[in-house]
Write a protein of this length. Structure first.
Length: 594
């Protein structure tokens, strides 16, 4: 018999759930009279257009037109079915779930059920690792290590730090003894895919990774034996309950402080983040073994006015800083850089100089433009014309990422002052960046060397149409591959879209961050801003897919015909090759006639 949650339960859930409190966990809200306003949690925006009417228990975004009640909100935010959204809210508010007379309790969504079961496994495993760290002899070396790094008992408890034993077979035996099945454990991510009885983490300091609700969903592990053949840090891969590109370490602890301070610190790793928290700077979070993603920025975007970056001073850290600066500036977010003096990372500063030194470093964070100009001034010989030109061209990349013409003009003025340049010359070079590159490399601009405008072919127009509605990319990728494109720019943009799709960063910002061709990036920005393909996108994409497939088939048919003309079937292999070519040609002819 079909399942049906009682009307009384649905009403009780709606009555027990404060819509302002619930949505306030996902975006910052400000009261205006009896209503509340904020930036929409369903799309990126700088001007609040998201509106809540508490009396009606209803929300609506005047920009993207998302709207509904608390159940609809949770369905959209947590990607749940209607019934599962009710169960989610009932659990949150302590409402007992009842079913209509004659109806049975529904079977939960298999993916949701499996996700919850793995969360339970990870919660239990984290508790076990924490016990091994704090209460056993074998965990003492790891406990001594983090104690020397300045972590207090309170911090160790708060972040539920743990220790994974050196015996790589112990965990499997332990969990089997707790009645977990071998099949279930095999898909958990806690064990080697090749050797199912071998633990993925061994002899490591363990950092549980929490979701925004404070549940353990994954782990990071730091090496303790300095084995050169093993990575210093080992992190869980994507799991059914965890997507690293959509999660920030310590966000569950930091979100309240982020709201209150209207800013967030992005750190390099676990220990950096924990050091900030122990020093009372609780709005620090960290990406999880990956470069900063659009989804991670989206988690904090509704709550913050500015982002502070606290990455290492080494080459990799500086590269991460630059990439994050450009990504955040393209999203319209103010960026400051924390410069640490007296230690290589926040934990070392905390040990050597105490919490006050770290607090001062945060208070004295400088604007990213000042940081970049200082960095370029030390990298290039800016007392020479060539050095000034190189530094300026590098700075232009940053200026390109700014979203305001006023900001751009202000930064160009900063550049002039920093390197004693004439404003007229800087503006000319900024407007003619490609030609400036040519002059720097002692090349005379010629018809072949001058940057040409990208030709808007039918293929390129088809992929640009997808940029107007990125949901249509699934339709395009289901029918086409990069090999189907003949136009270089179209193939390049399709490849970028595919990379973003696989990395869960399919957005305008995500595409622009991967777009190394400035001309293509400008074209994308122009097309999206002007809304050229906004109307009738679905039909446009479907028509273009058919056109590209047909042209791809025709090109392949021409290649086969050319091979036939040059093939002289003499040997058995030649005859078999002839049959294969003819079979493929007949299949292509059939498709072309459809």
């Amino acid at each position: 018999m079909a399942s049906f949650i009682s009307k009384e339960t649905i009403e009780a859930v709606q009555n027990a759930t404060d819509i302002v409190s619930l949505i306030g966990e996902y975006t910052k809200l400000e009261p205006r009279g009896k209503d509340y306003w904020g930036c929409c949690p369903f799309h990126n925006e700088k001007t609040p257009s998201f509106h809540i009417e508490p009396d009606k228990r209803f929300y609506y975004c005047f920009s993207c037109h998302a709207g509904g009640d608390v159940i609809k909100f949770i369905m959209e935010q947590e990607k749940l079915s209607y019934a599962d959204a009710i169960l989610f809210l009932a659990k949150r508010s302590g409402v007992e779930v009842k079913y209509e007379s004659g109806y049975s309790q529904p079977a939960p969504d298999p993916k949701l059920k499996l996700s919850e079961e793995y969360i339970d496994l990870y919660e239990r495993t984290a508790s076990m690792f924490h016990y091994l760290l704090t209460e056993t002899e074998q965990g003492k070396p790891a406990l001594e290590y983090i104690t020397k790094r300045g972590l207090s008992e309170k911090t160790i408890q708060k972040f539920k730090l743990g220790f994974a034993p050196a015996d790589r077979h112990w965990l499997k035996k332990f969990l089997l003894g707790k009645n977990f099945s071998p099949e279930f454990l095999g898909g958990s991510g806690l064990f080697s895919k090749k050797y199912q009885d071998t633990a993925f983490f061994s002899n490591r300091l363990m950092f549980p990774i929490f979701n925004r609700r404070g549940q353990v969903v994954a782990f990071g592990g730091r090496q303790l034996d300095n084995d050169p053949n093993s990575p210093k840090y080992l992190n869980s891969g994507d799991l059914i309950q965890y997507k690293k590109g959509e999660t920030l370490y310590a966000f569950n602890f930091a979100k309240k402080a982020i709201k209150e301070n209207k800013k967030v610190i992005f750190c390099e790793g676990y220990m950096d983040c924990i050091a900030y928290h122990q020093c009372g700077i609780e709005y620090a979070v960290a990406p999880l073994g990956t470069a900063l993603t659009d989804e991670q920025v989206r988690l904090v975007r509704p709550f913050t006015d500015e982002v502070l970056l606290s990455f290492d001073a080494d080459g990799a850290g500086q590269k991460a800083t630059m990439r994050a600066m450009l990504m955040l500036r393209r999203a319209g977010i103010t960026v400051r850089i924390i410069q640490l003096v007296g230690g290589k990372d926040p934990a070392e500063i905390m040990i050597n100089y105490g919490a006050e030194a770290l607090t001062n470093a945060v208070s004295n964070a400088i604007l990213d433009s000042d940081f970049l100009l200082s960095k370029l001034g030390s990298e290039y010989s800016v007392d020479t014309p060539e050095g000034k030109t190189k530094a300026s061209l590098a700075f232009f990349t940053y200026v390109d990422a700014l979203q305001s013409d006023i900001q751009k003009e202000s930064c160009l003025e900063q550049l002039c002052q920093a390197f004693n340049l004439k404003p007229e010359a800087v503006k000319r070079d900024f407007l003619n960046r490609e030609k400036a590159h040519e002059r720097l490399n002692n090349r005379q601009p010629s018809a072949s060397s001058q940057p040409q405008k990208i030709k808007l072919t039918a293929e390129l127009r088809s992929v640009l149409a997808v940029m107007a509605d990125l949901d249509k990319y699934k339709m395009m990728r289901a029918e086409l591959s990069a090999d189907d494109f003949e136009d270089f720019s179209a193939k390049q943009l399709f490849t970028i879209l595919e990379e973003c799709f696989k990395d869960n960063s399919l957005s305008l910002t995500g595409v622009l961050n991967r777009c190394e061709d400035g001309r293509l990036a400008d074209l994308i920005t122009s097309v999206v801003s002007l809304g050229e393909y906004r109307d009738n996108t679905g039909n446009a994409v479907q028509d273009s897919i058919r056109m590209i497939k047909r042209r791809s088939l025709e090109r392949r048919r021409n290649v086969l015909m050319e091979r036939l003309r040059h093939l002289s079937p003499v040997t058995a292999d030649d005859k078999e090759q002839l049959r294969e070519i003819l079979r493929e040609k007949m299949e292509i002819d059939r498709k072309l006639l459809q």
